[in-house]
Design a protein around this ligand. Structure first.
Ligand code: C2E
Ligand code: SIN
Ligand code: SIN
Ligand code: FE
Length: 620
């Protein structure tokens, strides 16, 4: 092809001894004129050439590439020895290598592609990329910056060579090389360089290339070398960067797909657990197992709102090094669990250790070595059921997808809890109410009959009438069960009143009245601790209040008396007057009716009395 090749010889001091062929580019001299001159003078403007010459003069074979115009010149230097084994000089060859360079460039990229194909995961790639660049270009420094969300923040994930220390600077990087931009021989006024490579040696050339694949900026690749990069080498870095970008993206896609599949499988297994088991604790355990493995966290727990106390209470946990006594207790209002419940949204504490002393479970967090915290509310059908918390012993690197998945787990857990609560409620109603409740209530009522014979036989009738009047005044059906229980138990407090007073044939003394008036209070003391009877308490506690405020135990007035109690007062007095008492005979019915009417507006709610007249068809 007649490619111009120049051969030259310099002695051990760098003085041209011989030159054959065309003088290469840029030298405004004839071949004969250079002989006898120092190569360091002749090539003073080409430090790359001189670097190679120095290397050759120290006994090593070397080469340099010089870009000139559209062409690439390659210089090769071969040291040779004299008879004494001392360095005699260097033979130099220079030639226009443009077509060959193209080939070399392609081979280098093929090499890189082959190396990247071997990487199985995203994580292996940075070191492979840098290894290639090191092999191809003898770089001295490299750094790789990546970020998943477009536009940052980016993170330095790999650094090497002179820069191997900078990974310790762990801050996220924003706004870095989001547009394609190549910085060569830069004068260190780039913000990224200033912030991240402060110890970068002087004006050492740095080449930065964004990693772009399918219009997505994945990050940036930075390489540096003590010697400048030629245009061909810059092109090669650019090529490696492009290849790396698409390899990184491929790996990322692959990992995302893999993770999606795993997460779908995880959700499916939770679904099965929810529908296949009525054991809440087991279901929560399965959810926590998936949370810990899929979200890649060290520990997780679930607090549930206790239906009796309305307090969040530890239900299930996974990944804790040891059981902490604090876990078992309900959370006080200052705790993180309460913060989640009040905000009804995600609470994140990226640095638990910093906040630990002020936190209720700070001691536990320290013992466990937790650093990051995320808590989400468990909401199903608009009702907050509890809190899901995740803990990690290192800072957590999370993205939108992670948060979405945390929320999905939260929703799943809430559904599981809601389902379990339905089953639990059914069981409570059926079991507790049918058995324990019936037995207990009937036992109490029987105990009362035994002492206060006057009420025997009437209670059932009172209950039926109270229900009828309650319905007529518009008390919702679902509250009737409480009316029934309240009516049944209305005078249960009389168990606390001495026999002597209860069965006294004559009127009560002032002291006796004080004790008799305590029976609603006694009822409250007896019934309040029993959750399912609490809504029924309005009647036992309030049935002696009067419309005009002259009743007991509170002396409240008018509509401040619960409607249940206002309804029951009419039925109770009516029934009492209709029945014989140790202190008097039963009243005739018309006298009872007249009395009730008279007392409308003083003892009784007048509207309740008028409804009572209609419902029981009281004659005028
Ligand atoms: P109880 O016998 O079941 O009476 C319930 C309510 O019916 C009474 O509440 C009162 O509002 C009305 N009531 C009952 N008997 C009469 C009556 O003869 N005249 C009038 N106007 N209203 C009557 P109260 O007054 O708060 O009494 C609560 C409970 O105290 C009664 O329950 C009963 O066990 C007892 N008690 C009330 N007065 C006497 C009495 O003179 N002697 C005795 N031994 N016990 C009495
Ligand atoms: C209450 O429980 O405080 C209400 C009872 C009443 O109004 O007598
Ligand atoms: C009642 O309130 O007890 C019903 C009225 C009646 O005895 O007829
Ligand atoms: Fe009473």
């Amino acid at each position: 092809m007649g490619a111009p090749v120049t051969i030259w010889i310099i002695n051990h001091k760098g003085i041209f001894q011989y030159i054959e062929g065309d003088v290469p580019f840029g030298l405004d001299t004839l071949p004969g004129e250079v002989v006898g001159r120092s190569i360091f003078k002749v090539y003073a403007d080409y430090p790359e050439v001189l670097d190679s010459v120095r290397l050759a003069l120290s006994g090593e074979k070397s080469r340099a590439l010089i870009n000139h115009g559209q062409r690439i010149w390659e210089y090769q230097f071969h040291p040779f020895q004299g008879t004494q084994k001392n360095l005699k000089g260097v033979i130099g060859i220079s030639f226009d290598s443009s077509p060959e360079r193209q080939l070399w460039y392609q081979e280098a990229l093929m090499d890189t592609a082959a190396a990247l194909r071997k990487a199985r995961t995203h994580g292996e790639m940075p070191s492979l990329i840098v290894e290639q660049l090191q092999k191809l270009l003898r770089i001295n420094q490299a750094a790789l910056v990546v970020g998943s969300p477009p536009g940052g923040p980016y993170e330095l994930i790999f650094s090497w060579g002179d820069w191997d220390q900078i990974c310790e600077n762990n801050e996220p990087i924003t706004g870095l090389l989001t547009d394609p931009q190549v910085i060569n021989n830069l004068n260190l006024n780039n913000r990224f360089i200033e912030n991240y490579f402060p110890q970068s040696p002087g004006p050492s050339p740095i080449y930065g290339s964004p990693l772009i694949a399918h219009d997505e900026t994945l990050g940036a690749l930075w390489v540096g070398r003590h010697k400048p990069f030629s245009a061909a080498e810059s092109q090669l870095i650019q090529g490696v960067a492009e290849m790396s970008a698409s390899a990184l993206q491929r790996a990322k896609q692959h990992e995302l797909t893999q993770r999606h599949l795993e997460r779908i499988a995880a959700l499916h297994s939770i679904d099965q657990a929810i529908s296949g088991s009525f054991n809440l604790s087991l279901t929560l355990h399965i959810i926590l197992e998936q949370v810990v493995s899929q979200l890649d966290v060290d520990a997780a727990d679930i607090f549930l709102i206790d239906p009796d106390t309305q307090q969040p209470t530890y239900a299930e946990g996974l990944g804790f090094r040891r059981y902490q006594p604090q876990m078992g207790i309900s959370q006080t209002r200052e705790g993180l669990v309460w913060r989640v419940l009040q905000k009804r949204e995600l609470v994140s504490i990226p640095n638990l250790q910093k906040d630990a002393p002020t936190l209720v479970r700070g001691g536990m967090f320290s013992v466990e070595g937790f650093q990051s915290y995320y808590g989400v509310p468990l909401i199903a059908k608009g009702k907050i059921q509890g809190v899901l918390e995740v803990f990690h012993r290192k800072p957590l690197r999370v993205d939108n997808e992670w948060f979405e998945f945390l929320n999905t787990f939260g929703t799943q857990a809430a559904i599981a809890i809601d389902n379990a609560a339905l089953v639990e409620n059914l069981r409570r109603t059926n079991l507790e109410l049918d058995q324990a409740y019936q037995a207990t209530l009937e036992g109490w009522v029987r105990a009362l009959y035994l002492r206060d014979r006057s009420t025997e036989g009437h209670t059932q009738r009172v209950v039926e009438r109270a229900l009828k009047l309650a319905q007529a005044v518009g008390i919702p059906d679902k509250q009737l069960v409480h009316i029934r229980r309240g009516a049944l138990l209305h005078d249960i407090g009389k168990l606390g009143v001495p026999d002597k007073i209860l069965n006294k044939p004559g009127p009560l003394s002032a002291e006796e009245w004080i004790l008799m008036r305590k029976h609603p209070g006694y009822a409250r003391e007896m019934l309040e601790p029993i959750e399912f009877l609490r809504p029924a308490l309005l009647i036992p506690y309030g049935h002696h209040e009067k419309w005009d405020g002259s009743g007991y135990p509170e002396g409240v007035k008018g509509t401040r008396i619960p409607i249940e109690a206002r309804v029951f007062a009419v039925i109770d007095v009516c029934d009492a007057l209709n029945s014989p008492r140790p202190y008097r005979e039963a009243w005739p019915e018309n006298k009872v009716h007249q009395y009730i009417r008279e007392q409308a507006g003083t003892h009784f709610d007048p509207q309740v009395v008028s409804t009572w007249e209609k419902v029981f068809q009281i004659p005028d």
